[in-house]
Design a protein around this ligand. Structure first.
Ligand SMILES: Cc1cc2nc3c(=O)[nH]c(=O)nc-3n(C[C@H](O)[C@H](O)[C@H](O)COP(=O)(O)OP(=O)(O)OC[C@H]3O[C@@H](n4cnc5c(N)ncnc54)[C@H](O)[C@@H]3O)c2cc1C
Length: 358
């Protein structure tokens, strides 16, 4: 079985790995550098709380499984490649708004998680500060998800690519821009490349083709014929990296749209915005102000941290993640993961491999 995977982000790389481990011959097609888009811009929170797009027990337990799959997966990646992908169970403290929809949503998630046997608590500020002394001492209530974890996304993609590089049944074609999917009769039979910088074939025939082109998924000609591809749009997210020396913050903090993810080595990823502005790759003054206002209000000590980097990424927004068999025989989805592509990567990859290989 030969499978072409379009896109070398976390979804494409994880899917290529899952397929190759099950014996498929895989061609991974990436137009630029694997992991150079959303997958390296992400904050790396592996959460099953506010990140879940709907509060049904089924969806929350899916996110819990996705989060928990990381312990074994990252250990396997370390064993195979020697790369530490920064997996840590550091917990998330979520500042609860005094009222409103967001508060109700988080309270419902806490209660569903508890029904599912998960650890989730509502804490007052004194109890929250025992867990995270860096929190502001002002009154407030917090939802605490102690088992939520994190990973360093650029390291994760590097490890996936290193692992793929060791597999004899994987060909990585870097710089290969997929121009269109090949449709013969009602079937997808592979892809055509706009160029082949590696001097390889520009027609790539495959028994199965996986679309994992992130925010660019809807732009690939041929996709319009797939009735079940809901449009995938770029949702820009901006990130500010701070550096604390020595590191103080230990727990991930979410405060409204702002969050802080301490890496443990002094770096703190602070995010983020959700902006539908096309593919404009700008870091803007207003976004930095909002992100820093939100994180410093929750963790005042961050005001003294050095600002060491800023970046943007485009989350692939769709109505919900598109995973597995499409309405076109031979074509499979692996896109539209929006804010949750890192946490869902391993389960998505396994599902796609299962739907292709059975
Ligand atoms: C600021 C920010 C913070 C985030 N935080 C989190 C978080 O904490 N937790 C979480 O779970 N998720 C988070 N996300 C979301 C997560 O990053 C995405 O859902 C995930 O990375 C999507 O992965 P992907 O592989 O689908 O897309 P991408 O990583 O964008 O990869 C798509 C790849 O396809 C390639 N491609 C596109 N078109 C073509 C073509 N025609 N031919 C060949 N290759 C092509 C691109 O070059 C790219 O490498 C965040 C995202 C952002 C932007």
């Amino acid at each position: 079985m030969r499978v072409a995977v379009i896109g070398g982000g976390v979804i494409g790389c994880a899917t290529a790995l899952a397929l190759a481990k099950r014996g498929a011959d895989v061609v991974l097609l990436e137009r630029a550098v694997p992991g150079s888009e959303a997958s390296s811009a992400a904050a790396g929170m592996l959460g099953a709380g506010a990140e879940v797009e709907e509060e049904s027990p089924e969806r929350i337990s899916y996110f819990v499984r996705a989060r928990d799959a990381y312990a074994e997966w990252t250990e396997e990646l370390r064993r195979e490649t020697g790369i530490d992908v920064g997996y840590r169970v550091s917990g998330i403290l979520h500042v609860l708004p005094d009222s409103g929809e967001e508060r109700e949503k988080i309270l419902r998630i806490v209660s569903v998680q508890r029904e599912l046997g998960q650890r989730a608590e509502i804490l007052d500020v004194a109890a929250a500060r025992e867990i995270e002394p860096e929190l502001a001492p002002k009154a407030g209530t917090f939802a605490y998800f102690p088992d939520d974890s994190q990973v360093d996304p650029p390291a994760l993609v590097r490890a996936l690519v290193a692992h793929l590089g060791k597999m004899r049944n994987v060909t990585m074609r870097i710089g290969a821009v997929v121009e269109r999917v090949l449709l013969e009769g009602d079937r997808c039979t592979g892809v055509a490349l706009a160029s082949a910088p590696d001097d390889g074939e520009t027609i790539v025939r495959a028994d199965a083709t996986v679309l994992a082109a992130g925010s660019w998924s809807s732009l690939i000609p041929g996709m319009a014929g797939a009735a079940d591809l809901s449009p995938v749009r770029p949702a820009r997210g901006q990130v500010v990296q701070l550096e604390e020396r020595p590191p103080r913050l230990r727990t991930m903090i979410v405060n409204g749209h702002a969050y802080a993810v301490p890496r443990g080595d002094g770096r703190v990823y602070c995010g983020s915005t959700v902006e539908f502005v096309g593919y404009r790759r700008e870091v803007t003054a207003g976004a930095l102000r909002d992100i820093l206002d939100g994180t410093i209000a929750a963790v005042p000590g961050l005001a003294h941290a050095a600002l060491s980097a800023t970046w943007v990424g485009f989350r692939p927004h769709a109505d919900r993640p598109l995973v597995g068999r499409s309405s076109i025989p031979g074509l499979f989805w692996g896109t539209g993961h929006y804010r949750s592509g890192i946490v869902l990567a391993k389960l998505t990859a396994d599902e796609i491999a299962q739907s292709i290989l059975g």
